[in-house]
Design a protein around this ligand. Sequence first.
Ligand SMILES: Cc1cc2nc3c(=O)[nH]c(=O)nc-3n(C[C@H](O)[C@H](O)[C@H](O)COP(=O)(O)OP(=O)(O)OC[C@H]3O[C@@H](n4cnc5c(N)ncnc54)[C@H](O)[C@@H]3O)c2cc1C
Length: 431
Amino acid sequence: MCAPGDESVSLPAGEPSADVAIVGAGAAGLAAAVFAARRMPGRTIVLLDGARRPGAKILVAGGGRCNVTNRSVTADDFNGTSPHVIRRVLAAWPVEQTVAFFREIGVDLHEEEDGKLFPDTHRARTVLDALLGAVAESGVRLLAGHRVSAVERCGDGFRLSAGEARVTARCVLLATGGLSLPKTGSDGKGYEFARRLGHSLVEPVPALVPLILNGDFHRGLSGIAQDVELTVHVEGSRPIRLRGPMLWTHFGASGPVILNASRHWHRARLTGQAVRLSVSYRPGEDFAAIERRWLETISARPKVLLHNALAEWFADRFAQAILARLGIEGRTPLAHLAREDRRRLLNGLLDWPLPVIDSRGFAHAEVTAGGVPLTEIEPATFMSRRCPGLFLAGEILDVDGRIGGFNFQWAWSSAFVAAAGIARWFESGAG
Ligand SMILES: Cc1cc2nc3c(=O)[nH]c(=O)nc-3n(C[C@H](O)[C@H](O)[C@H](O)COP(=O)(O)OP(=O)(O)OC[C@H]3O[C@@H](n4cnc5c(N)ncnc54)[C@H](O)[C@@H]3O)c2cc1C
């Protein structure tokens, strides 16, 4: 029987053994399996996933269309502890390689707004089927419905338990994802494996997740989308400014700019820093600019009613809600609007507090912020610095990208580096 750290015990006989065991057949695990098999045709590779039908997250991605990557991906599109490692990984497997790889396995991609690349079929199923097909073709043994409950050191290698089954392997790649959308199978178990094998964890929080707002201002606005500039003010840090569409919902706010901000809010709350969010409904404009435009409108059309003037800038429902919240009478002709009210209104449009009380949590999060720190892996190979023979890829690592295909690009790129790292590890004789 093997125990953690028990280096003296040889691999047990009578249990299926492999050169490489990959835990998790999500984006990172599927890609890594194909990359590893291509690099090491003679090696036996098993890919275990708890789900009977792996790839659920790929199927729901991008609204069922799977935003596979982005035309332009740089380290600035990610959060996490080590931007230089992210840069290096993206250089090792850049977007062009992703596009070429998917073309080769039968998935042509096209570009949409903000550089997002989607399959020409507009169906995530195409992406998943192509990856599963490539895995099958590469000779990798996919063990679906095998939820791994333990990964232990065993002699020179590892021993994995999945229900009644036991698998021994010379090396292990953890591609178990984070905690986002746990019903797809990524329930944080991989963190436990990493911890037991010597790793620390940057505490995971939900990211790319809608935010819940206090009060009732948002309720009447549900369904309205608008382009905003959102500022995250975190005590002791420089303000983080994000721009993009925001969507009002019955519980609060969503849309790309809110999703991108959510990890900062969560991280600050976790570390006990005061955090507040504010929105400018006139992105790119300052007080002087909008006051000038407002004064021009007053002199051109002094009799126009305030709510009509505001409805030229915003949805009617939104204009009314703003005025009601500020207690300003919307039927006031512009020329009669008191200077104080005008200033309150314009200041409100530029700096509107969002009373965030929580997020919708991991069940609604697209990704996880936090995970195994990149400082604990070798950046050239993605082998653990704490446990030789253990490799990691994908969302289990402390990297989270903004919305737009960046998280999948991280999955593909990190999978490539880990697969190449495994091949080099065997070549070096260490395996
Ligand atoms: C709703 C939604 C939409 C998204 N849309 C996009 C998008 O369009 N573009 C984009 O770039 N990103 C998108 N993402 C993010 C993207 O899906 C993830 O970043 C990516 O899937 C992470 O890949 P991964 O392989 O690291 O982890 P996962 O995809 O989470 O895969 C982990 C796998 O490990 C398996 N597993 C976990 N624990 C065990 C265990 N103990 N034993 C066996 N198997 C285990 C799980 O079953 C799962 O199959 C979206 C996410 C969500 C939730």
